[in-house]
Design a protein. Structure first.
Length: 537
């Protein structure tokens, strides 16, 4: 069931396991149970530190559910289904981290999660083809390892269709906390942490003896030469070029990889004929690790205070001081802003066709947007759904001719141009139609369908900046040819800026340019080291 090459790789990964992990499988009958048992036994075969036992674990969901125990103690991590596909990594990481591999969470976040005092049980409904789901599963598994009061269960929606129908789930990941909907649709680790701390604030006391992992107090960083805000191509380019100059560099990324992480195929990165967003994100992270750069991941910037020495406050409450800043926060999916959109996210409204497309197999859907992303989404969906109707606001499509030609050749893709989406209609909590207006005749039509995929471009992630730097009317950070903003010592690069042509290769170059400009600025400063700094705060 598991390829021998993968098993060989697992044998290497598990060689350094510090503690024994037991995969406890629920007893009982199920058509998939034999397959799951074989799957788990194959994994256990790679290490003497991994074993499989079967027992009447009544706290588990079904005979195709299992949990992870470490040296006889329940970790709180559960899987209901066979975690193959994209979720295979979630299981492997859970095993390694439970056995002692360091968690991938900033120390300040570990402190906060460890101190939560209320019991929490998370259920994460996933699709094994969803490339966004593993991040959510893996993050919640880390929460469980940090705090005995927290448990997390991955549920394969394909094997629990009755439960999916009962809860009206139409998009993944769909996260429940103590039986109530907590988050659904496209969500990342930083958003999970924000929602978690907002709904269940962490205690101010230090973690007690019940917590599985005691976190050491967070140490404040020394004065940094450069703080880069953003972990996409522009941010990583800035950090690497700055580090190569021998500077003290910190990069703050609420979501490492940014929009690249959601891109399936990349074929226009010079020197790299073909790659994927996931691989490029991993490659960028590996490259960054070659340098002495402090990475603050899954954290947001909540405040920036100007001055010769800038202060940056993070969502964890930590404050970092820096001589220069580089803003590289990229952009996010633009929303339609019509009635029925926000209300039906996860119930028929989606932004990721690859993740949520399988939920609409054999159904009629719409794609809003006639640019490259919209036509690519239509082509992806055409192989899954019954029909795709593309809605383009302008009289002509903006997508590349080669993509338009492919779409026109598909008999289940229909393209409507010069139309405006008016509202998304729902019936019994699920999308049932889209209402649109012909801009030439003003005629309003309602088209019955089951899903709407929004693909209308990006919005710059600049709201957190307030009036720190000057923004364009579109919210982009205004920069000059040297990536300098309106504020002294603050630079910006990539999709968040006014630079034209939002492309990965351009963002990388702009990030490098911003770091070189920041380095030249640092050479002009009178402050040379920490002792020379007069505290401004």
């Amino acid at each position: 069931m598991i390829d021998q090459n993968i098993l060989d790789s697992l044998r290497q990964y598990t060689a350094s396991m510090q503690r024994s992990v037991t995969l406890v499988l629920q007893s009982g009958e199920h058509s998939k149970r034999a397959e799951l048992l074989t799957f788990l036994e194959q994994i256990a075969s790679v290490s003497d530190h991994i074993s499989v036992v079967q027992e009447d674990a009544t706290q588990l969901r079904s005979p195709i559910s299992f949990r992870l125990d470490v040296e006889g103690k329940d970790t709180g991590i559960q899987f209901s289904g066979i975690p193959s596909g994209h979720e295979f990594n979630s299981l492997v990481l859970a095993i390694l981290r439970a056995s002692g591999t360091p968690l991938k969470l900033d120390q300040s976040l570990q402190d906060m999660i460890s101190s939560i005092e209320e019991p929490m049980h998370f259920e994460v409904f996933v699709s094994l083809s969803c490339h966004n789901c593993p991040e959510v599963v893996q993050s919640l598994n880390q929460f469980a390892l940090l705090n005995d009061r927290i448990s997390a269960e991955m549920i394969d929606g394909g094997l629990y269709q009755d439960l999916v129908a009962e809860r009206d789930i139409q998009g993944v990941p769909s996260v429940y906390l103590n039986g109530e909907l907590f988050a659904n649709g496209k969500v990342d680790t930083a958003e999970l942490i924000d929602k978690l701390l907002a709904s269940k604030p962490a205690a101010t006391s230090q973690p007690d003896s019940q917590t599985q992992t005691k976190a050491a107090p967070t140490k404040q960083l020394p004065l940094q030469d450069v703080v880069v805000i953003g972990g996409g191509p522009a941010g990583v380019g800035s950090a690497i070029y700055s580090a190569r100059k021998g500077l003290k560099v910190t990069i703050i990324a609420d979501r490492f990889g940014g929009q690249v992480k959601d891109t399936m195929g990349i074929e226009n990165l010079i020197g790299v004929p073909s790659t994927t967003g996931t691989k490029l994100t991993n490659d960028m992270q590996a490259h960054l690790k070659d340098y002495d750069v402090t990475l603050k991941e899954y954290l947001r910037v909540t405040e920036i205070v100007q001055g010769d020495i800038k202060t940056v406050t993070l969502s964890s409450g930590e404050v970092i001081r820096a001589k220069t800043l580089i803003i590289a926060t990229g952009a996010k999916w633009r929303e339609l802003g019509v009635p029925g959109e926000k209300e039906n996210i996860g119930n028929g409204v989606a932004y990721c066709p690859h993740c949520d497309g399988p939920f609409f197999k054999g159904k009629d859907v719409a794609v809003i947007g006639g640019g490259n992303s919209g036509i690519e989404a239509a082509l992806d969906l055409a192989g899954i759904v019954k029909s795709v109707t593309v809605f383009e606001f302008m009289p002509e499509l903006k997508a590349d001719a080669v993509l338009v030609k492919q779409a026109e050749q598909r008999n289940n893709i229909k393209i409507l141009k010069n139309v405006a989406t008016k509202q998304i209609v729902a019936t019994d909590g699920k999308v049932s139609a889209i209402e649109y207006q012909d801009r030439a005749t003003d005629e309003v039509t309602q088209l019955p369908l089951h899903g709407v995929f929004v693909q209308i471009g990006l919005l710059p992630n600049s709201k957190f900046l307030g009036d720190v730097v000057e923004l364009s009317q579109h919210g982009e950070v205004k920069i000059n040819e040297r990536c300098q903003t309106s504020a002294k010592g603050i630079y910006a690069a990539g999709d968040v800026t006014t630079v034209p042509y939002k492309q990965i290769v351009i963002s990388m170059g702009e990030g490098a340019k911003a770091s070189l400009a920041a380095f030249e600025y640092l050479l002009t400063l009178d402050v040379k080291d920490e002792e020379d700094v007069k505290e401004a705060a």
